[in-house]
Ligand binder design. Structure first.
Ligand SMILES: *Cc1c(COP(=O)(O)O)cnc(C)c1O
Length: 463
């Protein structure tokens, strides 16, 4: 064995202690850590040395070189995009996932059965979201891959309706996809799936600063292209205004039309955690597939998201992702193996951080995080509305404030750049209703009223 490697093997306890020390240094100072990087580019790219320096020295070098450029994206005032943190339990689960280093595939058999943990986590998540048990679920790296997974099975379904097997025979033209305000990753998924993002039919949104689908216009467009069967990509939480499509109305459409119904609920799905908010999702249990991001509001580390696909579609799912050449005999759930159900083959025990955090904090824990984030959203919106320099642009539906400067002659982009440079808070730019705007999204478990106040002071200073 290589000498350095052997030395590391013998001092693993010390090495992990050093790593823990560094982790604590980062976590315990997260509230005060900068939110934008202090350095723009690496001064030099290292060459790979012939002889390694061992883990202790590598940790030292890592801290010297990188600690100062890594931002507090997991901290309480990182409100750009939709950025979750990591709860203590999630972090423990994430560390242990690396320690156990399973290749999570099967639930029974002679070898690995770590997928049992994933099954249990999926069942707990169905409980958390108050969804029925007739969904199969699994972990992928993010909501983009979840949208991809769901839409791949949807595409297989659509092919079947038309009498062909896309997984075997390849893509066909003439497939119809509809959506009103799809997330960019759903469009990217259509590109990756060979459908072509230009083939997505955009449906009108409802009047008045809304991003939710106009069902009447959907019906008109269905008739215009005479779509006998199609895929509908609906939203539980659009990015700019966190608007929700009307799921009861969409469910009702099924009496008239034959379609696969997908919901991108990457973060909006967490409204289900609260009895005050779950009305937004009424009817969503009838969807064929649902995307949920775990590295957002579940507050587990990157990379973690799940898909829920109705179990009745399991043969289509296997037809799409089947890895073995042997045709499946009988029920694919009998000899269940994740590699036949999703894009990846080898995969880590990605469910473990979610398992830990769900077990540690339960339904009540998530209700509190979600409700607190929503209260903070409203509190922040109120501060903005009460100040003459700012203007909230879109109605607050859940956990995001979309705002701009009241003075149309002032550039909100320049303001945002000054604000982010204060390093107190981080928000991201957007465009809403043709106007340059700023978004602040609240999904971090650490955020409190004190953070709202600190950020607002920084905003006033940046005017
Ligand atoms: C964040 C997000 C995605 C993409 O998620 P990734 O985790 O970045 O892949 C998709 N849809 C919605 C609504 C999102 O908010």
């Amino acid at each position: 064995m290589n000498k350095t490697l052997e030395k590391d093997k013998n001092q693993i306890a010390d090495l992990l202690k050093n790593a823990t020390k560094q982790a604590l240094d980062f976590i315990e100072n997260i509230d005060n850590r900068f939110t934008t990087s202090q350095q723009t580019a690496l001064k030099e790219i290292e060459k790979l040395a012939e002889q390694g320096v061992g883990t202790k020295q590598s940790l030292h070098d890592f801290i010297q070189k990188y600690d100062k450029i890594l931002v507090a994206s997991t901290g309480p005032r990182y409100w750009g995009f939709v950025t979750g943190g990591a709860t203590p339990a999630a972090l423990v689960g994430d560390w242990l996932a690396s320690v156990y280093d399973q290749n999570t595939q099967s639930i029974k058999g002679d070898g690995d059965i770590s997928a049992q943990i994933e099954f249990e986590t999926i069942a707990m998540l169905l409980d958390l979201f108050d969804l029925p048990k007739d969904f199969l679920g699994g972990f992928v790296t993010g909501a983009t891959m979840s949208n991809f997974t769901c839409l791949a099975v949807a595409r297989q379904w659509l092919g079947k309706q038309k009498g062909f097997d896309i997984a075997k025979e390849g893509m066909r033209t003439g497939l119809s996809f509809f959506s009103a305000t799809p997330h960019s990753s759903a469009i990217k998924s259509l590109s990756m799936l060979g459908v072509g993002s230009d083939n997505l039919v955009l449906v009108n949104t409802l009047d008045g600063s809304r991003e939710a689908i106009d069902i009447n216009n959907l019906e008109t467009q269905i008739q215009m292209i005479d779509a006998k069967e199609f895929i509908l990509i609906s939203s539980a939480g659009t990015v700019n205004t966190v608007d929700f499509d009307d799921f009861k109305a969409i469910a009702k459409l099924r009496e008239k039309h034959n379609f696969w119904w997908h919901i991108d609920a990457a973060f909006g799905g967490f409204a289900a955690c609260s009895p005050k908010l779950n009305g937004l999702l009424e009817g969503w249990q009838d969807a064929d597939s649902i995307t949920i991001d775990c590295h957002k509001w579940l507050n587990v580390p990157y990379e973690s998201a799940i898909y829920f696909i109705k179990e009745k579609h399991k043969l289509l799912q296997v037809a799409t992702f089947q890895n073995s050449n042997a045709p499946y005999l009988g029920d694919p759930l009998k000899n269940f193996n994740y590699l036949n159900f999703l894009p990846e083959n080898s995969r880590r025990l990605r469910a473990l951080p979610a398992w830990f955090t769900l077990k540690a904090y339960g339904k009540e824990g998530y209700r509190e995080i979600v409700e607190r984030n929503v209260e903070l959203t409203n509190s922040f919106a109120k501060l903005i509305n009460n100040h003459e320099a700012f203007k909230v642009l879109a109605p607050i539906h859940l956990n995001t404030v979309c705002f701009t400067l009241s003075d149309e002659n002032k550039d909100s982009g320049e303001f945002l750049s000054r604000l982010n440079k204060t390093r107190i808070v981080f928000m991201s730019p957007t465009v809403f209703a043709g106007r340059k705007a700023i978004r602040a999204a609240f999904v971090n478990w650490r955020t409190t009223q004190k953070d709202i106040e600190l950020a607002f002071v920084a905003m006033l200073k940046s005017l």
